[in-house]
Design a protein. Structure first.
Length: 482
């Protein structure tokens, strides 16, 4: 069974003269237009621009083993620079509408698990080492082989799971869904707002969701981008007129000084072998293993999910130019560590650009260009509040969810692993966890049905690695590293 090539977001064939830019990116060939690619590039940028604020908060708010912290301004520069360079390289080299930036989750691992054990230079050196090892996996063909070994039903489930995950991210980022503290003594882990929906920021989000779905239903060109811009303008007006306690990470207020000079002071501040002098070799191995597995499968899920939604998978359900795409993504991990921005990876928010009709790497060039501008215009470009950008994630989640119809739910040996993949991603807030749950269930069910020979040997090995990944704390205790 093929992954959908009739997705509701698949652009109709474009007509008109074909120029050099069109030929290079195969824009018309993929049923897109330069206008759609530009809108898609902008939409992707605005849905992931929060990383310019969030990455400095996560990395800059933590001390290393020696009590040192990273400068927030330098972190913002490093984050924007890596995102700009690697996204453009992905666009030109991979020709897919995929954007890259410092990976959420990975940066938290660096900040809260790695840095307390060593210096920041050593921690970033470990990221560089992790990226180099993944590059080796790509160059040997192992990373691509694992992706090709995945059954089609699980690829479709990965896309659907990411759809639910990205919608959940949108609800959480906007504050529409919040976590209930354990002290509340309730069996409900999340709730609606603070129990109810209150405040102007929440109104902006709800209006944004309604505007986005109405525009999509009416098939308005640029629906997602129009919604982001309209809600941002409305948020700026509301913020100026109303007394609002907080908008969260970003406040929609026009800055006094829209330009800011970049500070490249963190570039090159890393030590690849430094970690070995701070902790045991076994600890280094376990930390690196955790980083590699998360990076490896987060990217795999994102690339498959976004390209499937764009209708770009071939007749065998494979990603075009996958080897180049994976090598660029692996190089981004190295670049992120070398710039002290943490490991950079492909973003699921790229699906927002696909929702706008982006089908080629030209959209990524536009997104990378916006990150380049952000080096100098961070105060202006980060006024978009999460309440204005998050409706795009909810809408894209719906679009990706539609691929669930292609899974054969009558074949339990495929349906159960697919279900676990879909459910575990949003429930654990991790693409990697969802993929791992699906892989392990698939292998176990096949073996119990006497169909072990139908499972590719790479899936056996990957499932075994995931068992170690899920049991990493007991493994550490057995090895005496905790």
């Amino acid at each position: 069974m093929q992954t959908s090539t009739t997705s509701p977001t698949k652009a109709p064939p474009a007509t008109g003269p074909v120029g050099p830019l069109d030929r290079f990116f195969r824009i018309t060939e993929r049923g897109s237009t330069i206008g759609r690619e530009i809108r898609g590039g902008f939409a992707t940028f605005f849905t992931m621009a929060y990383i310019l604020v969030l990455n400095p908060i996560i990395l800059g708010g933590t001390e290393d083993k020696f009590g040192q912290t990273l400068d927030a301004t330098q972190l913002a520069t490093a984050t924007a620079l890596v995102a700009a360079v690697m996204t453009v390289i992905m666009g030109v080299g991979g020709n897919l509408p995929l954007a890259l930036a410092a990976g959420l989750g990975l940066n938290a691992v660096v900040a809260f698990q790695v840095a307390p054990l060593m210096s920041w230079d050593d921690a970033m050196g470990l990221i560089v080492l992790e990226g180099l090892l993944i590059c080796v996996l790509v160059l040997t063909g192992l990373r691509e082989a694992v992706m090709h070994a995945i059954p089609q039903a699980l690829k479709q489930a990965i896309s659907v799971g990411i759809g639910l995950f990205i919608a959940f991210i949108g609800f959480v980022d906007a504050g529409f869904v919040t976590r209930i503290p354990d002290a509340a003594n309730t069996t409900v882990p999340v709730q609606l707002g603070t129990g109810t929906l209150t405040g102007w920021p929440m109104l902006i989000f709800c209006l944004g969701v309604l505007v986005t779905i109405v525009l999509l239903s009416r098939k308005v060109k640029g629906a997602i981008l129009i919604s982001i811009v309209l809600m941002t303008v409305l948020a700026v007006v509301v913020n100026a007129l109303a007394d609002i306690e907080t908008w969260g990470l970003t406040t929609p207020a026009l800055p006094d000084h829209p330009l800011a000079a970049p500070d490249f002071g963190l570039l090159g501040q890393f030590d690849v072998l430094g970690a070995f002098g701070q902790v045991s070799i076994l600890t280094v191995v376990l930390l690196t293993f955790t980083l590699i597995l998360s990076d490896f499968f987060d990217t795999m899920g994102t690339v498959v999910g976004v390209t499937a939604e764009a209708g770009l998978l071939d007749e065998r359900g494979q990603v075009p130019g996958l080897g180049r795409v994976l090598l660029i993504d692996s190089t981004a991990a190295v670049a992120g560590g070398a710039a002290s921005a943490s490991s950079a990876t492909t973003y699921i928010e790229s699906a927002a650009g696909v929702g706008e009709g982006a089908r080629t790497g030209f959209a990524s060039v536009i997104t990378g260009g916006m990150f380049t501008l952000a080096l100098f215009m961070t105060p202006l470009l980060t006024i978009v509040p999460l309440q204005a950008a998050s409706p795009a994630l909810v809408a894209v989640g719906f679009l990706m969810m539609t691929q669930v119809r292609h899974i054969d739910w009558d074949r339990y040996e495929l349906a159960v692993p697919a279900f676990l993949t879909i459910a575990v991603m949003p429930f654990t807030y991790s693409i990697t966890n969802g993929i791992g749950a699906g892989f392990v269930a698939y292998v176990v069910i096949k073996a119990c049905l006497g169909k072990a020979r139908e499972v590719h040997w790479l899936l056996w090995g990957t499932a075994a690695l995931f068992l170690v990944y899920f049991a990493i704390e007991p493994v550490k205790q057995l090895l005496g590293t905790t």
